[in-house]
Design a protein. Structure first.
Length: 204
């Protein structure tokens, strides 16, 4: 029997039998120990569903390897407040606001249509020798479809005395009006001056 086996042995038979033993033996070792290392896993083949839930622990993750993007929003605590940043560049100059102001004598031309508040004073110097009644009010021309409203300044001025009468008014104009503050005082000398301020709206 032994002589028969020896007569049938060849180099090819010996090599193939040895390879088969090694392959079967290596597989048996892996099955017996339950150990599979990275050499038995093809790169990029393990997926999330291949890992049992709650099985990856801190010890399985390399320290300082995770990034903020690996966490759901709100899971990481906010860091300390950073230092105050530098001041930004100066912004562009804004558009001019709605107000225009005019100050002058008793008569002024307002260069833009719109709504105006009027505030002025009439000055009375009574040299007539008798008491006079002074009356000061606003008037306007060139207002277009607008108009004026005025609370007249009225006062009795004794002979030989001077008086100052405050007058408040308003104006709405669709044109470029000329506004005048005028006073009458029974022959006494008068003078006046006022301020006109353009505003967005006029409220009663």
């Amino acid at each position: 029997m032994l002589a028969m086996l020896r007569s049938r042995l060849s180099y090819a038979n010996v090599v193939s039998t040895a390879c088969l033993f090694i392959v079967l033996g290596g597989t048996s070792y892996a099955v017996a120990t339950g150990s599979i290392d990275s050499r038995e896993i093809k790169n990029n083949t393990v997926r999330s569903k291949d890992i049992r839930n709650n099985q990856v622990r801190s010890g399985d993750v390399r320290n300082q390897s995770l990034l903020a993007t690996d966490f759901k929003a709100g899971q990481l605590p906010a860091g300390p407040r950073g230092p105050k940043g530098d001041n930004g560049d100066k912004g562009a100059k804004g558009d001019r606001g709605p107000s225009n102001g005019y100050f002058g004598g008793a008569s002024q031309t307002l260069s833009a249509p719109g709504n105006y508040l009027l505030w002025g004073r009439g000055y009375i110097n009574n040299t007539t020798g008798s008491e006079v009644q002074a009356n000061c009010s606003f008037s306007a021309t060139g207002v277009g479809n607008g108009g004026t409203g005025s609370a007249n300044g009225v006062a009795d001025v004794p002979a030989g005395k001077e008086a100052s009468l405050p007058v408040i008014g308003s104006l709405t104009s669709t044109g470029t009006p000329t506004v005048t503050l005028s006073c009458t005082a029974g022959g006494a000398s008068t003078n006046a001056a006022f301020v006109a301020i353009k505003v967005e709206t006029l409220n009663d």
